[in-house]
Design a protein around this ligand. Structure first.
Ligand SMILES: C[S@@+](CC[C@H](N)C(=O)[O-])C[C@H]1O[C@@H](n2cnc3c(N)ncnc32)[C@H](O)[C@@H]1O
Length: 246
């Protein structure tokens, strides 16, 4: 079943919303669910493949060992897009368990098709707001790695509040990492890179893995995604960050 996610029209932007819409204003989210069309193949994936790889929305804590049928280090990717990096990483590291969180149903459908084609059994997918899933479902100190690759940069100043990387988000992620676990981020938008650096650098629970206290070299393990290729075409640089839970 394709989940119905809450939409976040501009009407819920407190700076642009008409006063009468304010009573219905929700918490600010880092995404707007796009009305992207599902292909026939993606619809089939949702229907036939979701039971094998999908995790239904709920508010109960996740038991990763039960979910994967084995104990293994858990990597969680937030906003996987169409799942390129998740699939590549899961294939290269069959000894790890990968959980993908994404709110865009066609992207989830795309990932399900790739999981079927590659016969991947170390990936599970949740189609839900990552912040909500972290708050409600991910046990503290249960993750070995959190991946946040090319999150929406929300470049306009009035939209900065929608950026997923905020002090409260960083503290939430840090709490979910085991001691020694790593938060890895990448962006092609320099002002967001600097914001990520300042925000994660401000956490007492995390230590920057960069010896120079700023960015880290691009890890060989990070596959190039569609958004990264788009950034490259536009001539953007790429900034990688890694922060370890102390
Ligand atoms: C710019 S895209 C990058 C996608 C992918 N990581 C890549 O590099 O190609 C950001 C993605 O994050 C997703 N996203 C944004 N906020 C999210 C949230 N709170 N929970 C889950 N996914 C989210 C969006 O739907 C979008 O697909």
């Amino acid at each position: 079943m394709i989940p119905v996610l809450p939409t976040t029209p501009d009407a819920d932007d407190p700076e642009t919303a008409p006063a009468e819409s304010q009573p219905y204003r929700r918490e600010i989210r880092s995404f707007v669910v796009r009305a992207g069309r599902m292909t026939v193949a993606q619809e089939r994936a949702w229907r036939d493949l979701w039971p094998a790889w999908g995790v239904d929305n709920a508010t109960t804590p996740l038991d990763f060992a039960a979910l994967f049928g084995r104990e293994a280090p858990v990597s969680l990717e937030i906003g996987f897009g169409n799942g390129e990096s998740l699939v590549a990483l899961a294939c290269v590291h069959p000894d790890r368990n990968y959980v993908g969180l994404e709110v865009h149903p066609p992207g989830v459908g795309h990932l399900l098709l790739r999981c079927e084609a590659e016969r991947i059994d170390n990936v599970r997918v949740i189609c839900e707001d990552a912040v909500q899933v972290l708050q409600q479902r991910v046990p503290d100190a249960s993750l070995d790695e959190v991946l946040l690759y090319f999150p929406d940069p929300w470049p306009k100043k009035r939209h900065h509040k929608r950026r997923i990387v905020q002090p409260a988000f960083v503290e939430l992620v840090a709490r979910k990492l085991r001691t020694g676990g790593v938060l890895r981020m990448a962006t092609d938008w320099q002002p967001y890179a600097e914001h990520m650096l300042a925000t994660a650098g401000g956490s007492q629970q995390l230590r920057n893995e960069s010896p120079s206290g700023d960015f880290v070299p691009r890890p060989d393990s990070r596959p190039v995604t569609r958004f990264e290729r788009r950034g490259q075409r536009l001539g953007h640089g790429v900034w990688d960050l890694a922060f370890r839970r102390v």
